[in-house]
Structures are given as C-alpha cells and as structure tokens.
Design a protein around this ligand. Structure first.
Ligand code: PMP
Length: 293
C-alpha cells in the first residue's frame, strides 16, 4: 500500500509529493522539523511537540503556517490514513518556501513549505533494551543554537556517521569539557543512585523524552538533579542513558571502548524503562481516537 503524505494542504501518495528545487530547505537547509512518536494510533505528547515546533519556527522567524487545531487535525488524519503501520513516527518539516536563491529572507508573501510524512516506528527491540548499546564521544562541532530543531543537520550527520564507522549506536558530544547531547538523542547519567541531566540551554535540544523521564523521576521519588556534566563525570558514571522519541530510554553500556558501570543496563535504567512503558500505556488508554479529523 502506498504511503500517504501531507504537502502544502494536500494529502497525496508519497511518490507524487514533489517540491521545486528552489525550495530554501533544499538550497540552504532553511527550515525546522519535528518527530512525533505514535503508539496504537495515538500521538505521544503531541502538544509538547507542537509547542517545540512553534518555538523553533519563532526562533528562525518563520510564521507558524497552521493553528494548533489545524496541526492536530492534519496529523491525526495522516496517522489514521497510514494505520497499516501500528506504531508510527510522524515527521513534520517546514521550510521558508520557494524563492530565487538569496540568503536574505524572501518577501513575506512567500508561503512556507509544509511537509508531513509517517514512517513505521521502530522502538528498540527487547534484546537491545536488555543488552544496552555502545557509543563514542566526539567534539561538539555544531553551532550555538542547538535548541532549535533545524533541518540543517550536517554536523549531526557527520557525527552519527562516526558512530556507524566505529560500529556503535551513537556519538555523544562534548563542548568545552562538558556533555551536551547525542547526535540525535539527549544523554543523562546516574551517579551513586542519583539521576543527573544536563541543563537545557542553546547547546542542546530540549528533548520531549528528557522531560518525560525527569517527570517520571519526580513522580516516583527518584533522586535527580539538573546540572552541567563534565567529561570526567560522564566517564566515571555508574549508568549512562540515551533518550529520544524513537529510542525511548536506552542504556549506553560502553563509551569509547570503556565499560560503563557493570557493562549492563543498570538498576535505575531498568526501573525507568518500566515506568516509561507504563506511562505510555496510561496515556494511550486515556486518549480517545480522533478519527476523520
Ligand atoms: N537531541 C537531538 C540532537 C535530537 O535530534 C533528538 C531527537 N529529536 C533529541 C535530542 C531527543 O529529543 P526527543 O526526546 O524530543 O525526541
């Protein structure tokens, strides 16, 4: 079955969705995006993802092309049109539109390009959850606005490829001796039973999963603290966690070929993983499907 996508107000088969080559997303990487996980047809934390999208748009001065209700409507319609995938990952991209090549913004009459597609959501397998993954570190060579979910991801692409070249799952980035995040994930550590998360600032993306994990820690009496994490604390951590909408919460058990903790997912990770799965189920049960919206 052909996948249906949304492009500038129309729902159409993926093969028929095309954009002009002068789109500023293609020419300059001038745009922002979001990825929303969908479980059993229910978008997870949709309002938070749409709020982050609105922040990214505002930060790069693109007017938000749809209202909150319109975003909810088109996303739910796309999810239900593609319900041959049980769990989905909805990708939303907005660029500054199509205009003759010139770095300065085009006239305000140029409409942003809005594209949404849905892909199968591949959360980590049980085997991976139980084994954990390996990672490497690298210098954070990105810009100073990493809190914007920009489509210009060249540095992330190069950093992720370094991980692939080393046969590992993720590259953790260090800036001025401090942990920022992974190439497509946030990173938290555990020190003597306490969860530590780096503070949100312009050097990292404010992760939706990061927020869920800290909320679950708060609600379940797990000690945690939001503070800068130096490279030496990262390397000495008892546990290192990776969080993202598609990877959920996953243990990093080896860093630059050195074992993290016992080399297996730690006790706090196992507890958080169970809390996260339970939370997902509660949210799914609470929500009512939005058929046909
Ligand atoms: N940091 C970066 C650089 C990312 O690309 C992602 C994935 N979107 C994250 C963190 C995790 O964010 P979230 O939990 O909202 O998926």
């Amino acid at each position: 079955m052909s996948e249906t996508v949304y492009l500038n107000g129309s729902f159409l088969p993926l093969e028929q969705a095309t954009i002009p080559v002068l789109d500023r997303g293609f020419i300059f990487g001038d745009g922002v995006y979001e990825v929303v996980p969908v479980y059993s047809g229910q978008p997870f934390r949709l309002d938070e993802h749409l709020a982050r999208l609105a922040n990214s748009l505002e930060a790069i001065r693109i007017r938000n092309p749809l209202s909150l209700a319109e975003w909810q409507g088109v996303i739910n319609r796309l999810v239900h049109t593609n319900d041959h995938f049980s769990d989905q990952s909805v990708y939303i991209q907005i660029t500054r539109g199509v205009a003759p090549r010139n770095q300065a913004f085009p006239p305000s009459s140029v409409a942003p390009t809005v594209f949404i597609m849905s892909m199968p959501l591949d959360t980590p397998t049980q085997a991976l959850v139980q084994s954990g993954v390996s990672a490497i570190t690298a210098l954070d060579i990105r810009w100073q606005r990493c809190n914007i979910k920009a489509i210009s991801l060249l540095a992330n692409v190069l950093l992720r490829q370094e991980a692939v070249d080393h046969g590992v799952a993720e590259t953790l980035m260090l800036r001025d001796g401090y942990l920022t995040e992974g190439s497509s994930s946030n990173i938290l550590i555990v020190e003597q039973g306490k969860l530590l998360a780096p503070p949100k600032n312009e050097h990292m993306l404010p992760g939706i999963t990061y927020d869920v994990v800290l909320e679950l820690a708060e609600a379940n009496g797990i000690a945690y603290s939001v503070e800068p994490i130096s490279e030496s604390r990262l390397r000495a951590a008892d546990e290192v966690w990776l969080t993202s909408s598609t990877k959920e919460v996953l243990a990093i058990v080896s860093l630059d070929n050195a074992v993290v903790g016992t080399g297996k997912p730690g006790p706090l990770l196992k507890r958080m993983y169970a809390l996260y799965q339970e939370f997902k189920k509660q949210v799914m049960r609470r929500q009512v499907p939005h058929h046909g919206q």
